[in-house]
Design a protein around this ligand. Structure first.
Ligand SMILES: [Zn+2]
Length: 231
């Protein structure tokens, strides 16, 4: 199994490359690129949230508790919330993740269970889509791509580490990171139920404006409100 440092280094390097490519090739705004790089780096730790108390769980939960409320600001604004209500909701989400989710993960997860699986990758992507509720759908998908990239890099590294290159054989852990289902039936059921429920929520979620595709300046001009075009 690849260690924590290998995972975080790989996902961070991928995140920097992802953000830099978007900034250079697609003119994505720099703050969005930096945020995407950070999301990719952190999501490289997420599958090991199932490994019990330790650095991945502690750091990921603390980071998520701090960042998720801020990523939801676009959604709060769309819901017409007052700034004070936003602060209250943000604090509530912080407490829920910091103390509720962390404790839940410690008690129900099994290492190399369904946290290391394709359904988990789908769930993380779906959650990222719902949390990163940016007005511009392309930026929103850009963030989702960053999270999926980081998470997938972890699963791939774990499988590579399951190959014993010195003896040309596969270790017993091979196939336990990239899988569609595990040994525990209720964990499989819970994973696929989550995929279905999140898909239904996403379908019901009112889509914000697609906005201009980053990097296509002609689109940006074409989508200017009529009153601005006249000035
Ligand atoms: Zn792992």
């Amino acid at each position: 199994m690849a260690g924590f440092k290998t995972h975080i280094t790989t996902s961070s390097v991928l995140g920097v490359a992802y953000g830099a490519t978007a900034a250079v090739s697609f003119d994505v705004p720099l703050p969005s690129c930096l945020l995407a790089s950070g999301l990719c780096g952190v999501s490289g730790m997420l599958p090991d949230l199932d490994s019990g108390p330790g650095v991945p769980l502690r750091e990921s939960v603390a980071f998520a508790a701090a960042v998720v409320p801020m990523l939801m600001l676009h959604r709060f604004r769309r819901l017409g919330m007052e700034p004070e209500t936003m602060v209250l909701c943000g604090a509530l989400i912080y407490l829920l993740i910091r103390f509720g989710v962390g404790r839940l993960l410690r008690s129900v997860t099994v290492h190399r269970g369904m946290f290391h699986s394709i359904p988990a990758l789908a769930i993380v992507g779906q959650l990222a889509y719902l949390i990163c509720s940016h007005e511009n759908e392309w930026i929103r998908l850009f963030y989702v791509g960053a999270v999926i990239l980081g998470f997938a890099s972890h699963l791939i590294l774990d499988e590579i580490w399951s190959i014993d290159f010195s003896r040309f054989r596969l270790k017993s852990s091979f196939g336990t990171a990239i899988k569609f289902w595990g040994d525990c039936w209720w964990a499989n059921l819970a994973a696929y139920a989550n995929v279905i429920i999140l898909t239904m929520i996403i379908v019901q979620d009112p889509a914000p404006d697609h906005g201009p595709i980053p990097g296509r300046k002609s689109d940006m001009i074409a989508t200017q409100p009529p009153d601005r075009e006249l000035k």
